[in-house]
Write a protein that binds this ligand. Structure first.
Ligand SMILES: [Zn+2]
Length: 265
């Protein structure tokens, strides 16, 4: 029987399944078009004050082919809790550290640069609740309003990370003007699926605008129809969708090899 680890202790070597899940999250985001090539990262809280976070080595294959060994263990300040070798932490590590520090209920953070999200943020196209049962969680997010962080640069310092967290106003999703999105949730599935939903809202908004439809003329879902849309719960909205995307990785030949084995390329 393994001796219990003190909270916050460095625990290299026993986090294989969690590392593989973070790698899968990166692959899903890439496979669904939310990240291109090498930019974007995902983190997952372990213990109270540590996180597994996607790093980048000299042999980095890009987000689509993220391997478990591309995921490293640090504390919330980014101080390594294991030997990082040639793996470099993201410049925007503060996005993850500050969200997880400020929001103990959340365990996972996604940061990505989806082109349609960037387009809507720079064109000042708000993501409005214009569809209904098509995707209820996405509609609810738009109904509540998805805030925008009005800063075009990298989030590289703790101070900027704190500003970004404040801009989220406690919600799961934030647009970063001319940059991308940040999502946070109690589970990896929740953070990833929220990012997918924000991207869907942005894609439809951008498509309607590109089609010459006056965006402000598109009607929102009537209040009485919204009231009848059920909340199907996180097991349906997040976990089932996550499992679908993990299965689709395998179907596409993008399954993550566990135990740190090299992934097929
Ligand atoms: Zn970024």
């Amino acid at each position: 029987m393994t001796a219990p680890q003190p909270a916050g202790a460095a625990v290299p070597g026993d986090l294989g399944a969690a590392r593989a899940d973070v790698a899968r999250a990166c692959r899903v985001l890439a496979a669904e078009g939310l990240v291109n090539d090498i930019l974007g990262h995902v983190s997952l809280r372990v213990r109270d004050r540590h996180m597994l976070i996607r790093a980048r080595s000299v042999s980095d294959p890009g987000l689509l082919l993220t391997r478990p060994e591309d995921v490293v263990l640090t504390d919330l300040d980014g101080d390594p809790a294991e030997d990082l070798g040639d793996r470099q932490l993201p410049q925007e590590l503060a996005i993850h550290g500050e969200v997880l520090r400020a929001r103990p209920e959340d365990a996972a953070v996604v940061h990505a640069h989806p082109p349609d999200v960037v387009l809507c943020s720079i064109a000042r196209l708000p993501l409005r609740p214009v569809f209904g049962a098509f995707n209820i969680p996405a509609m609810r997010m738009a109904e509540r309003g998805i805030p925008v962080f009005d800063y075009y640069g990298l989030v590289r310092t703790r101070a900027r990370g704190v500003q970004m967290v404040e801009a989220m106003r406690g919600g799961r999703a934030l647009l970063l003007r001319g940059h991308g999105l940040t999502t946070a949730a109690p589970s990896l599935a929740g953070a990833v699926v929220t990012a997918l939903n924000v991207n869907l809202l942005a894609r439809m908004t951008a498509a309607l605008a590109a089609a010459g439809v006056g965006w402000s003329d598109v009607p929102e879902v009537p209040a009485e129809d919204r009231a009848e849309l059920p909340d199907l719960g996180s097991a349906f909205n997040d976990d089932l969708v996550w499992r679908h995307h993990v299965a689709k990785l395998a179907w596409r030949g993008l399954e993550v090899a566990e135990a740190g084995a090299p992934s097929p390329t």
